[in-house]
Design a protein around this ligand. Sequence first.
Ligand SMILES: *[C@@H]1O[C@H](CO)[C@@H](O)[C@H](O)[C@H]1NC(C)=O
Ligand SMILES: *[C@@H]1O[C@H](CO)[C@@H](O)[C@H](O)[C@H]1NC(C)=O
Ligand SMILES: *[C@@H]1O[C@H](CO)[C@@H](O)[C@H](O)[C@H]1NC(C)=O
Ligand SMILES: *[C@@H]1O[C@H](CO)[C@@H](O)[C@H](O)[C@H]1NC(C)=O
Ligand SMILES: *[C@@H]1O[C@H](CO)[C@@H](O)[C@H](O)[C@H]1NC(C)=O
Ligand SMILES: *[C@@H]1O[C@H](CO)[C@@H](O)[C@H](O)[C@H]1NC(C)=O
Ligand SMILES: *[C@@H]1O[C@H](CO)[C@@H](O)[C@H](O)[C@H]1NC(C)=O
Ligand SMILES: *[C@@H]1O[C@H](CO)[C@@H](O)[C@H](O)[C@H]1NC(C)=O
Ligand SMILES: *[C@@H]1O[C@H](CO)[C@@H](O)[C@H](O)[C@H]1NC(C)=O
Ligand SMILES: CC(=O)N[C@H]1CO[C@H](CO)[C@@H](O)[C@@H]1O
Length: 855
Amino acid sequence: MVKRINILCVCLGFSALANAQYRNSTQVGSADCPGYSVTSVQTRGNSLFSRLSLRGQPCNQYGKDVKDLLLEVDYENSRLRVKISDADQKHWEVPVSMWSPDKSYRPKTSMGQLLEFAYQKDPFSFQVKRKDTGEVLFDTSKHRLVFEDTYLELTSSLPENANIYGLGEVVDTFRRDPTNTTQAMWGRDVADPVRENLYGTHPFYIELRNGKAHGVQILNSYGMDVILEKNSVAYKAIGGVLDFSFYPGSDAYEVINQYTATVGRPHQIPYWSLGFHQCRYGYVDIDEVEGVVKNYSLAKIPLETMWTDIEYMDMFKDFTLDPINYPLERVQKFVSELHDNGQQYVLIIDPAIQRNESYATWTEGVKQDVFIKNPDGSIYIGQVWPGYTAFPDWFAPNTQQWWTSQIKNFMDDVAIDGLWIDMNEPASFCVGSCGSNRTGIPPYPWEDPNYKPDIPQTFPEPPYAIHNAYGNLSVKTVSTEAVHHGGLTEYQVHNLYGHMEAIATRKSLLSVNPNKRPFLLGRSTFAGSGAHEGHWTGDNWSTWEQLRYSISGVLSFQMFGIPYVGADICGFNGNTTEELCLRWMQLGSLYPFSRNHNGKGNIAQEAYVWPSVAEASRKALHTRYEILPYLYTQFQHAHETGHPVWRPLAFEFPNDQEMLNNDLQFLVGPGILASPVLAEGATTVDAKFPEGIWYDYYNWSPINGTAKRTLSAPLDGNLPLHIRGGHIIPTQEPAITIAQSRENPFSLLVALDEQGNAEGGLYLDDGQSIHVGQQFSKIFYRATSRGVQARGHFGYRSKALLKNITILGLKAQPNEVRVDGRAISPNQIFYHAEKRTLIIAQLSASMNRPLRVTF
Ligand SMILES: *[C@@H]1O[C@H](CO)[C@@H](O)[C@H](O)[C@H]1NC(C)=O
Ligand SMILES: *[C@@H]1O[C@H](CO)[C@@H](O)[C@H](O)[C@H]1NC(C)=O
Ligand SMILES: *[C@@H]1O[C@H](CO)[C@@H](O)[C@H](O)[C@H]1NC(C)=O
Ligand SMILES: *[C@@H]1O[C@H](CO)[C@@H](O)[C@H](O)[C@H]1NC(C)=O
Ligand SMILES: *[C@@H]1O[C@H](CO)[C@@H](O)[C@H](O)[C@H]1NC(C)=O
Ligand SMILES: *[C@@H]1O[C@H](CO)[C@@H](O)[C@H](O)[C@H]1NC(C)=O
Ligand SMILES: *[C@@H]1O[C@H](CO)[C@@H](O)[C@H](O)[C@H]1NC(C)=O
Ligand SMILES: *[C@@H]1O[C@H](CO)[C@@H](O)[C@H](O)[C@H]1NC(C)=O
Ligand SMILES: *[C@@H]1O[C@H](CO)[C@@H](O)[C@H](O)[C@H]1NC(C)=O
Ligand SMILES: CC(=O)N[C@H]1CO[C@H](CO)[C@@H](O)[C@@H]1O
């Protein structure tokens, strides 16, 4: 990737800031700006090129107006792209190599038949319309375009009370407030405050309008505000270009399909990563870590993967082990025991590298010239856990090789199964540089009452201050004036840091194990990160509010193409309570990424700590492991089409007004509705059921939608789950590890709809290889009230057999049941007339060929 980028950009933006102060003290608004007019237009095949010229005197609102612009409009397979750039000078643009587009994506209908680009010449404005209905999806005609060297502004009208989802990363309701939302895009290390900018950058939204969906994205790595107010969406960026992608849908899943075809499909996950994970910051030594694994085993709670936070390192230096508390031999022995038990081990690393002449990662990095620089060419120094540190520059040509060799050397010693990349906004505790000659480990700012950065703070701020909740852009991160390879500044590429680390780290893991799916979890993400890594929603307090918000957090990352996501179960900062932890284990057992993680100094919160939580966890994880074949199949769909693993009810039922704001219930895949308890003291849930028939997962009793029901959910019960009529859920008998579960018998749970039909799918492979060739099965199940059929591609040899088929909603008892034409024994057939349920038991059918069951 580094080779392909090869930028030598005399880019405007930051340098303009350093040389002049353009701030207009009279505070002109964009309405005072002249706008642009079209001076020439050319069309070529699917593309349109046009030049735009400033229509009058420059307004110099937050910079210097650019005189001539270039407009490029392209109808591509997966999007309509509208790009406006400076005609004469190159501004930094995110290189195409940051994305991994799905080149095999072929739409049923071409973009040109779905969307129309229309424009006005003077002043220039444009509309994006649906071709079939003429509906205007994006319309800039009511607002002036502003294009300055350090400020870009473009605004589109929106319908009143628009249904807008996305624009992250943020802690907020899933549907954003269309009248008062300011989402700053500036990666930020902070403990999950509500409605402020956070770790990742995702300026992509989906709008639901009249039951249809479309998506709009801007690609720009500069700091930016996206503002929803007054029936409009405004983009205000502090540099770069206006590079928009429009995704016509027409349902939300097709939008996400088109979006992920453009930015990169979610990576294929290792099957084991669907097991339950345990971590905490503050496991003092390897004995404690071993003790946790042992306690899970004693409590008979499935623990698939054990994690350790930064304390395993020697003074928090990456690729080292604390010689006293995590001695190499002990750690090696621990890892091999985990592996013998079919379990995994994942460790954290941070990008910041301690400045230390006796530390090979540092000295080699200096030799290979891999670190971010000060404007004077010296190595930029910040402060992170290991004291004064430098930051790898992912643009530099040798960084990949250096990073890979660090990871490889470490993994030669400790055979970890994946990496967790934290602090990669990148976080730093100084405001800007800590001073270029500093070494050692000073107190952390919050530990030192006399702390004050003692070098002059010269980082320039842009004239337009985006709504970064830390104020100045260099606060708690690398200074905006720090320099990357090719002369790029942090000001320009800040928001790409974590994404580029993920690309590099995935490559490193692949070079260590070329045919194994890497496991990678990252904090700061960008459009396209899902192709490389999963995500957790970061650090927060153990609160009921955060438990609720975790649902919209997970849902929004489904939209962003990063479906492997979860929040820290039981909460990270502060002390949880027994009840909160119990409810969180229940909800968290359904997170795509299910990990209990705790902060330092808090009371223990592993699932076994309280008998009540242990019992609830066993139940909840039993259900998770039961539906693993279904869950894994959803991840394969996500990998192929971007379709989310957790589905927002708004996206599934866009015509149901009750569902547009519902982010307290959700669907797992298309067929399972979850209605978790999210309030202290509650033992019931007020659940809304959309149209259809919904069968209780545990006792199979049906509920007719559309309905509101108060469901019983005592602490010692189950999280309410309902299977949606029309769906077939493949299940497998759970075991304590994924490897063992995968050897257990399968079953099918067939939930018939009102017409007596149901469908479902199952994807099977070895769960770990990158290239499965033809060694996979894609089975399509179809059921009616007369039988069940399995067809499809059968390339994977499963040793596990199909045991039971349970049919819910079957109105009459069948006279006989035939499997592939042969009648089976009546002893294998159980019909419950009252429940309208048929169980066909003890089938022992192969999963490796088609099957026909008739009744
Ligand atoms: C500030 O804006 C006003 C109003 O558009 C304009 O007349 C003036 O020239 C601008 N000042 C500078 C320094 O550009
Ligand atoms: C708009 O949102 C801000 C930030 O969340 C909040 O402080 C303010 O009260 C809101 N204003 C209105 C009118 O709701
Ligand atoms: C494991 O459980 C034992 C017995 O309850 C307890 O004393 C010990 O602290 C636990 N260890 C860990 C690491 O949680
Ligand atoms: C940093 O050290 C170099 C050489 O060791 C020296 O030339 C330079 O003046 C020092 N800079 C500062 C700011 O102290
Ligand atoms: C520098 O690294 C060496 C080797 O890992 C270590 O012994 C030493 O403590 C480190 N220095 C600091 C200041 O951490
Ligand atoms: C932000 O930066 C400006 C200009 O460098 C400086 O004057 C101001 O004190 C800074 N504010 C904070 C909160 O650091
Ligand atoms: C959490 O509980 C521990 C032990 O009771 C206590 O020392 C600590 O202060 C508590 N933390 C908070 C944030 O309340
Ligand atoms: C559900 O609806 C069906 C018709 O679609 C009806 O036969 C049945 O009685 C209803 N069940 C309940 C519990 O309302
Ligand atoms: C299969 O059906 C039999 C008979 O109802 C039941 O006892 C058994 O628990 C079922 N097994 C599974 C895995 O569903
Ligand atoms: C979503 C959420 O619960 N955010 C909380 C994170 O923690 C801070 C305290 O540090 C609270 O203020 C936020 O409400």
